[in-house]
Design a protein around this ligand. Structure first.
Ligand code: SAM
Length: 453
């Protein structure tokens, strides 16, 4: 396979355009070619691997000429770890290209909003992330234990990212303390190919506005492991925030994903808090929370504004996570019903309703496609905020049968959003706003307000 790849032709190509998500576009002998994570003005040496729908897919071998706009990347791990891919692009260009990519996709789908409110930059371009999921491994076979993210070009190797610029310094300190502790114990990392070893992941979450930190050690079952010794080590770490919740998660699943077979609280409270739009939210180990708190607040305020006068409206908050959108709308609405697949997040959503005095909000656990089939009272407004894959076709069908007056679609993947909205032919697109909640990456958030024609 590798030999076949090496035999493919190589070309120098100037990137002249971008397409979603952050893919460089150029031409070789009249054929359109795509190269991941490259931007207009850069010249690459690429290998033409294959065609996808007539478009050549180039593997970048080298950047032979930098673009005149390039700035010095801030992070020492840049382009080794696959975490963020556009640090050399000045921020105003990052958002200009993201905007262009989304608007082009919408136009290609025939989706033209009545009002476009532009793209909003993130309040912070660095240190904005409130959650990281690190993996234990090594850089090369037999090398010392590492803890961090997958190498960009060697997916089975892990690079220790203890100077990451997307998170606060407390994340880097907790990562280092964990790595030092387990390097000394000699406990092996878990190897997903052979299903042997112990140490799988370290997850850190932070309430940016409360300073509360949660650390979760994820391991396979191992009687030799002493998670309390690790927790005690973390508690000695010098931090700007407060480590208020430490968990041990046992994961014996064969999947290469974080799955909790067992959760043991090792220290402190079972959750941390975050304050958004003046409300207090509890975040448990496994529940979803927007990763950029400052940007999320702005996004929720936009949803509230798009929702208009809610006083007589019944609202559905589909894919509700910890109930952030539902609980922010509830004080103004007649009633809110939230639906979320992760039970623990639903419990948090209910608790969040209670601590914020929202007795008109109900949160239900289950797959949206199953739960909405059981809901009998049609809502006036449906807010959907699905995962990157978009809305399941069955869920979309039920959703449309409610004939709600308004739909607000919040999306972290405009590509699937465009596909879903194209099927909502009974609705007109009134407003669109784009928000860059993920600087230095190719991700972007879109919010669309639709009303029934
Ligand atoms: C993009 S998040 C949005 C969460 C929430 N609106 C917020 O802003 O915090 C998507 C949520 O959908 C949930 N989810 C994924 N698939 C689902 C499904 N099939 N049915 C219900 N919820 C689902 C995820 O667990 C996650 O909490």
């Amino acid at each position: 396979m590798e030999k076949r790849r090496r035999n493919r032709p190589e070309y120098e190509m100037e990137i002249i355009d971008t397409t979603y998500p952050g893919i460089g576009v150029g031409y070789v002998e009249g054929q359109e070619m795509h190269a991941k994570h490259m931007f207009p003005g850069q010249v690459i040496l690429g290998r033409h691997l294959k065609n996808k729908q007539g478009i050549g897919q180039m593997m970048v071998l080298d950047k032979v000429k930098a673009a005149p706009w390039e700035v010095e990347p801030k992070c020492v791990h840049y382009l080794k770890c696959g975490g963020c891919m556009s640090q050399e692009v000045p921020y105003d260009l990052q958002i200009r290209w993201k905007e262009k990519e989304v608007l082009e996709m919408m136009e290609a789908g025939g989706l033209i909003p009545v009002r476009y409110h532009g793209i909003h930059s993130s309040p912070e371009q660095y240190h904005y992330r409130n959650k990281m999921e690190y993996t234990f491994g090594d850089e090369t076979k037999g090398a010392p234990l590492s803890l961090g993210l997958h190498y960009l070009s060697r997916k089975n190797s892990i690079i220790t990212v203890d100077q990451c610029q997307l998170v606060s310094e407390d994340f880097n300190r907790l990562l280092r303390a964990t790595l030092d502790h387990f390097s000394a114990t000699g406990i092996p990392y878990y190897w997903p190919m052979s299903h042997q070893g112990t140490l799988r992941n370290l997850i850190i979450r932070e309430g940016k506005r409360t300073g509360e930190l949660m650390a979760i050690l994820v391991t396979a079952t191992d009687p030799e492991l002493d998670p309390l010794a690790w927790a005690n080590e973390l508690l000695k770490t010098d931090l700007s925030g407060k480590l208020t919740s430490i968990w041990h998660m046992t994961n014996d699943s064969l999947q290469d994903a974080v799955v909790a077979d067992r959760l043991d609280l090792l220290y402190g409270e079972p959750y941390i808090h975050e304050i958004v739009c003046g409300l207090n939210f509890r975040i448990s180990p496994q529940s979803f929370f927007q990763t950029n708190t400052e940007a999320a607040e702005r996004m929720y305020r936009q949803v509230l504004e798009f929702a208009g006068d809610l006083a007589v409206k019944d609202v559905f908050d589909l894919y509700c996570g910890t109930g952030t959108i539902g609980n922010i709308l509830a004080p103004y609405a007649k009633h809110v019903t939230g639906v979320e697949i992760i039970e623990e997040a639903v419990q948090m959503a209910q608790e969040n309703a209670k601590i914020n005095g929202n007795d008109n909000a109900t949160f239900l656990a289950g797959d949206v496609k199953d739960v909405i089939a059981t809901l009998t009272k049609a809502p006036d407004l449906i807010v959907v905020d699905p995962p990157r894959g978009g809305i399941h076709p069955k869920a979309l069908q039920y959703l449309l049968e409610f004939k709600a007056e308004q739909i607000i679609y919040v999306s972290c993947n405009p590509k699937t959003m465009v596909q879903d909205v194209m099927k909502m032919t009974d609705y007109a697109i009134h407003d669109l706003v784009l928000m860059d909640n993920y600087p230095n990456t190719n991700h972007i958030e879109a919010i669309v307000l639709m009303s029934r024609k």
